[in-house]
Write a protein that binds this ligand. Sequence first.
Ligand SMILES: [Fe+2]
Length: 201
Amino acid sequence: MTAKNKNVSVMASKTGFAAPNWHASAPETQKFGVVIADIPLGLSQKVRTEIVGQLNLLLADSSTLRDLYKKCHWQVGGPTFYQLHLLFDKHFGEQVDIVDGIAERIQTLGGVSVAMGGHVAELTRIPNPPKGREEVPAQISRLLEAHKIIIEASRALARKAADLGDDGTNDLVVSNVLRPNELQVWFISEHLVAMPLTFPG
Ligand SMILES: [Fe+2]
């Protein structure tokens, strides 16, 4: 056995080859805001940088709305508790899919998706709700305000993407962001209609 091999053998007996090396640390491989230059999509880096910037804002807003739905799901109360508890969670699940679709489009375009809550909070255009509970009309109004911000941003981004030749982003934003958000608006805004439950006696 050579001296070098003996050293390796001694190290292995001390640490074990099967032990996971879970203390890895390295610089970022791609900075947030930087878009990869050469990608075979037929879209220039300039166009993709513009679109990725707008998509990250939409992603931050959608992540915030997703979490707002879970907050409402947990904190709702009153006579409509059960139906709203379920509806808010259904919309939460749909927003999870919306968030994933936007994030993966950003990565597809060579960008970096905003991911963690603290970073989302830096970017979102949706006002921060209070930590505590709110009554149902205030919860729903807050959700509708958030939807309006996302819907208006989606229409503007869809037009911009079409103008710049990014049909894939246009399709994603119209089909998978705008229209599901419009439908969710309908479902929750109907709860604010002053509809009597019975005929007056
Ligand atoms: Fe739940």
